[in-house]
Design a protein around this ligand. Structure first.
Ligand code: TRP
Length: 333
């Protein structure tokens, strides 16, 4: 059946984009696949500087969000990446397999490094190699990701193939991306051309998983729109980014196709629709944020989940790494 691996960064300010684009989709996969690993990627986080105290808090927050959203820690492996040294070890081997030219083409590096590439960390450049190692340390086969991670997954496939070629083995599987449909890209509530982001200076631009019902309602009502009524046809949203974003969020939360939402709401005014959206956010998100707050008060429980998850993760990666070391020619005990 295959094995799922996915990761999310412990960046703090978890928002609706993280939930709809990643975590929510994982909840569904746990029923379809026997083996699912969901990893809080703290090693990836430190490719840009993180405050150590905040990193710990954010790691717990992401773990709490997964559980609150419905990922069962008994059935799935939930852990933080640094706890299993296989990730860093395999990433080093992949640093020696991947080519500079491949990494130079990665758009996320170019975006994150900005103009001052000379000053970016070496880790940020090698980020995709670590991501390939995350998946392949478990010989993962299916990886649910947002659209923006597609290029990294193609690189993971290239690395797996080159490793197999270089050593004349058929060891690493071909990794399949699972890209989810509507609302994998949730945009800012203030500017439909920008992704919803934890680093936007305006808190009004995002719905976070620490917001309460009042904040959902207020942000929903105040979200930017255009003066036109809602269209009847999804095609008419092409040049209306704010309208498209709110409708996409609504469709995703309601778990209904966009066209169906427009059949119901098309022709109406945004003021009424935004009230409905606010109600929907309260109904769908409040149970999750409430559970997150409850879990937040019980760090001992969260730490226990992560520790146990790491142990199970190591049990899965140990035999893979034994084989890898053998294939590469490292003498081990
Ligand atoms: N790079 C991913 C992101 O920023 C997170 C990630 C790290 C990941 N390792 C992974 C996702 C492995 C899928 C598989 O969203």
């Amino acid at each position: 059946m295959g094995r799922i691996f996915s990761g999310v960064q412990p960046t703090g300010n978890l928002h609706l984009g993280n939930y709809l684009g990643a975590i929510r989709n994982w909840v569904r996969l746990q029923d379809e696949f026997d083996d699912c690993l969901f990893c809080v990627v703290d090693l990836h986080a430190v490719t840009v500087w993180q405050d150590p105290v905040e990193l710990q808090a954010n790691t717990r927050e992401v773990c709490a969000a997964m559980i609150a959203a419905g990922i069962d820690p008994a059935k799935n492996v939930i852990f933080n990446q640094s706890r299993n040294s296989a990730h860093a070890e395999l990433a080093w081997i992949f640093n020696c397999v991947a080519r500079m030219g491949w990494l130079n083409r990665m758009t996320q590096f170019k975006e994150k490094a900005g103009k001052n590439r000379e000053n970016a960390s070496v880790g940020l450049f090698a980020y995709p190699n670590l991501m390939a190692a995350d998946i392949l340390a478990y010989r993962g086969t299916h990886v649910p990701v947002g659209d923006d991670q597609k290029q990294h997954l193609e690189l993971a496939r290239d690395i797996a193939q080159k490793f197999n070629n270089d050593f004349g083995v058929d060891f690493f599987p071909v990794v399949e991306p699972l890209i989810f449909g509507e609302a994998t890209r949730v945009m800012s509530l203030k500017d439909g051309s920008k992704k919803m982001s934890k680093s936007d200076p305006s808190d009004q631009s995002r719905i976070t998983l620490t917001d309460d019902a009042d904040a959902f309602a207020k942000k929903g009502r105040k979200a930017r729109t255009d003066p036109l009524p809602l269209p009847d046809d999804p095609k008419d949203l092409a040049d209306r980014p704010e309208a498209a974003n709110l409708l996409g969020i609504y469709a995703a939360l309601a778990d209904r196709p966009l066209a169906e939402v427009l059949t119901q709401h098309g022709g109406g005014q945004f003021s009424g629709f935004k009230q409905d959206l606010a109600d929907l956010m309260v109904a769908k998100l409040q149970p999750i944020t409430g559970e997150m707050r409850r879990l937040g008060d019980d760090p001992g429980y969260i730490d226990g989940v992560l520790a146990e998850g790491a142990e199970r993760a190591r049990a899965l990666s140990d035999p893979v790494m034994d084989r890898v070391f053998d294939i590469v020619g490292f003498l081990r005990g």
